[in-house]
Ligand binder design. Sequence first.
Ligand code: FRU
Length: 450
Amino acid sequence: AAYDEPFRGQFHFSSRSGWMNDVNAPLYYNGQYHLFYQHNPHGLGWDTMHWGHATSPDLVHWTQKPVALEPGAHPGDLFSGAGVVDTTNASGLKTGADAPIVVFTGTNGVSIAYSTDGARTFQSYDRGRKVVTPTGTSRDPKVLWDAARGRWVMVVWSDGGGNGVNVYTSANLLDWTYRSRYAAGWLFECPDFFPLPVDGNAANVRWVMTDASGEYVTGTFDGAVFTPDWTAPQRMDQGRNSFDGTFYAGLTFSNMPDGRTVQMAWQPGNRGGTWTGNASFPVQLGLISTPAGPRVTRFPVAEIASLRQGTTTWSNRTITTDPATDPFAGITADTYEILAEFDVGTATATQFGFQLHRRADGGHDRAVVYDRTAQTLYGAPLAPLNGRVKVRLLVDRGQLEVFGNDGRLSFTDNVNFNSAAGSQGIRLFATGGSVRLVSAELHRLGSAWG
Ligand code: FRU
């Protein structure tokens, strides 16, 4: 059946066939989430960029739609970009009942396309005329609504005079005024820019500037100029952050109905006989204060609950080196989610964790280990919080996402899991001592495809 190939994400979005790279113009309109993406429908490699399109009522169940932007029909390079809903018809592009959906794309300058029929069809604005033309190589516009100033903001990557972004503003989405340049040498491709409350406090908002590799700085924005809090970027995801890595080119949704900041990214590297690449699972972004400054958290959207197809829970178990203490013994699962909390403060185990897709011969496809001495989860730093470590795993056919302590750690990875019967075991283990499992949940996850 469709989507049933080995390594094909069952609850991760991928194009039905062909190549996908960056997520483009994620937005909410009229009861549906729209996801566009860099797409080559003619082959399994990067070529002839189109904008693929899919919709979802809930961010986790997806329906494929016809290609939205196509070379020839739409002028220019149809490279990565953003989209917004022009609710007030500031652009004057509205023709019927639907609010205009305005998308931004192009290389070495930004062109506009728009839909007046709720994203069913798109036409080019002014034959693809470039509405901004930064110096040097430029691409990947992101457009957002600046509520404090009541106008639109565009950030565009360019390498003119070194890597950075140009900042523009507009009242009508069509005419843009240059405001400033944020010349950060680290920043490369696919910027995103959004405000987030620190620790959920609406009175303490910082702006986050990220690039394709998920490197970011926080700072302030006065409507024209971004002023960073620090200069060395942090990484919001510990996966390999490159075009041939496992996490790249994340973008946040526009026009969210509930104020959440939700991000999807391109998860390069997974491929089968009919498709290449998929999107990472949608996450809600947050900002928490730390002694070193505000840090981004990434955590799966709550809607994941609607994929759950059966749940097993445990509480207060002591896991030792004796396999008889493993509560997962005898359980098999193909695509699933695990949430587990461990009492690290009282642990004597040097390491504990999960072996995923374990076979009868004792082998397994991947282990996710917490190292109590190094204080690392899956090799990335994660200190206990109040003596506890929380581990959350999303396990799909070719995709593994590891989250630690409510999204303080996020690691988007690819694993070619062997989903054959007999290769679907799970093992919770401890080495060198014991650890108390405070609680655990296993949820089998169903398919994203309607
Ligand atoms: C990042 C990227 C973007 C560009 C797009 C082209 O993956 O190189 O900078 O717009 O891919 O497909």
